[in-house]
Design a binder for this molecule. Structure first.
Ligand code: GLV
Length: 308
């Protein structure tokens, strides 16, 4: 099997060496080296090359190297080409860590304490038990479910919201637009792990913030285009929101003069919440390739209708 990898080179090299040793029938080429283009059946990529099907006329499978596949313009790809996103334990663990860090930071008032530190202000605030902190996760896929389970184990009062109904033991699950208001009304810390779709673009806006309890906070680790940044700044200004932890922005990188960088109630990280880990992703990749060879269903197939 001839595969081309087009993403972070370090990881590609490790995968290439590992596959050569453990699955020698699979030959992984590291872009821009592609072997014989007509023989390439699988592309594993973050950003695919322009004119993908011209470059690889016999491509049969496109695998995103990340948790999302919104970087692909699905309208430009043949409907028959399966597109798969990455589901692997290292990526999930990274997101669980980031979300836990952000929720604990917000729960323990850290944005306020860091501001106080800069002003050399020794002032304490009451501690709330986690059971009195209502955490809400939007997006209950692989990452959302893992995050919510970790947060529940820390004692937070957890709920989840997703497009279609889900059941998670011990977690109150809301679904669809008709249950969004109820979910928001009970959420002190809102975490967005939604995929980017036409429905989620601009979803985190003034209207949504207004439905949260006053003084709620936001953790955004979905996609930058989901957040209306001016609405976030206004909500922080008015006190409707008290703080935000942002790992994604639009655009990325955020220009140096952008107000989000310097806002005292915002923690901003450069899209590092989680990333596909070379070692742990290998097994997931190989498993999907073998399933594909055997004609079995793949893990993480993108539904073209839903866009994720
Ligand atoms: C990163 O955002 C990813 O999709 O893996």
């Amino acid at each position: 099997m001839q595969i081309v990898y087009k993403s972070e080179p370090q990881r590609g090299l490790l995968w290439q060496q590992w596959l050569a040793q453990h699955a020698p029938d699979i030959q992984l080429h590291l872009w821009p080296e592609i072997g014989i283009a007509e023989e390439v059946e699988v592309l594993v990529a973050w950003q695919p090359p322009a004119d993908l099907m011209t470059v690889f006329p016999n491509l049969k499978l496109l695998i995103s190297v990340g948790a999302g596949a919104d970087q692909f313009d699905l309208t430009q790809l043949p409907a028959s080409l399966p597109v798969v996103r990455m589901i692997e334990p290292g990526l999930t663990q990274g997101m669980v860590e980031y979300v836990t860090f952000a929720v604990l930071g917000l729960h323990r008032d850290m944005p306020r304490y860091f501001q106080q530190q800069r002003a050399a202000q020794w002032q304490t605030h009451p501690i709330k038990p986690p059971a009195q902190r209502r955490v809400g996760v939007m997006g209950l896929g692989e990452l959302g479910q893992a995050a919510i389970q970790q947060l529940a184990s820390l004692g937070f009062d957890c709920a989840g919201w997703s497009r279609s109904p889900r059941q998670i033991p011990g977690v109150q699950c809301f679904a669809g637009n008709h249950q969004l208001a109820d979910f928001l009304a009970r959420t002190d810390i809102l975490i967005c792990l939604l995929p980017l779709t036409p429905e989620t673009r601009g979803l985190l806006n003034a209207q949504l913030f207004a439905q949260l309890p006053r003084g709620a906070s936001l953790v955004q680790a979905g996609r930058g285009q989901q957040l209306v940044q001016d609405d976030l700044l206004s909500a922080l200004e008015s006190g409707q929101l008290s703080a935000a932890v942002l790992d994604v922005t639009a655009p990325e990188p955020l220009p140096p003069e952008h107000p989000l960088w310097r806002h005292p109630a915002i923690w901003l990280t450069p899209h590092i919440a989680s990333t596909t880990q070379a070692e742990t992703a290998l097994a997931a990749l190989l498993e999907n390739l073998r399933r594909w060879e055997r004609g079995e269903s793949l893990r993480g197939v993108i539904d073209r209708q839903q866009g994720y």
